[in-house]
Design a binder for this molecule. Structure first.
Ligand code: ADP
Length: 193
């Protein structure tokens, strides 16, 4: 059975996590942010160490451990009843993050909408990321060099995922608006499908 899935897409700092967390509070939606799954790992374990190594450089964690960890997380949430695949829409944020990951998940996900949170202002993205660094104590947000690397990784590796799924599924959302307005724009489409 494939999971009925919405993807939240956009550059680091575009607000995917904020929107995902809100959507996840609506009955029959389950939010899963891949970055949170990594951050919840013990950094003493092998995958935790790999995560720290790559994310502190602003690079993506290799695909195999990423997909494996993500599958385990979804299985655990299914086992505990937090995610009910037959009833719930999966709201994914941060995965698939490149075309090989989208390929690896093609038999698992039934992606029916992609919300592309677009910002015209890369300076404001950087500022949002820097504010978050302090609030959430994130290593990968701490230095400007790592933030720039992350934005470059997004352009080069993540953006092609949009073409992989095709423009028909993509809804452009203005990410420069206040979060409540971004949410309204997303929900307007969600209630239609
Ligand atoms: P952001 O949206 O700000 O980039 P995330 O919390 O989504 O932050 O991700 C933080 C870091 O975790 C990424 O820079 C990357 O190193 C790692 N990561 C998260 N999701 C994935 C993924 N699907 N594949 C590979 N690495 C990932």
């Amino acid at each position: 059975m494939k999971y009925r899935t919405i993807l939240l897409f956009g550059a680091p700092g575009a607000g995917k996590g904020t929107q995902g967390r809100i959507l996840g509070t609506i009955p029959n939606f389950f939010h899963c942010a891949c970055g949170d799954v990594f951050r919840n790992l013990s950094i003493e374990g092998p995958v935790g160490l790999t995560f720290v190594e790559y994310s502190s450089r602003g690079e993506l964690v290799p695909d195999e451990p990423t997909i494996e960890l993500w599958r385990q997380s979804i299985a655990a949430n299914t086992a505990t009843g937090r995610f009910r695949p037959k009833l719930d829409t999966l709201v994914l944020d941060g995965i698939p993050r490149n075309v090989p990951q989208a390929e690896m998940l093609k038999d698992t996900l039934n992606v029916f909408a992609i919300f592309y949170l677009r910002s015209t202002n890369s300076q404001s993205l950087v500022q949002r990321i820097q504010r978050r660094a302090i609030r959430e104590n994130r290593l990968d947000d701490a230095s400007l060099k790592v933030i720039r690397r992350r934005l470059k990784t997004y352009e080069e590796e993540t953006k092609p995922v949009l073409h992989y799924y095709g423009r028909n599924l993509v809804h452009n959302i203005n990410a420069d608006q206040i979060p409540a307005k971004v949410l309204v724009d997303i929900l307007r489409h969600v209630v239609k499908v």
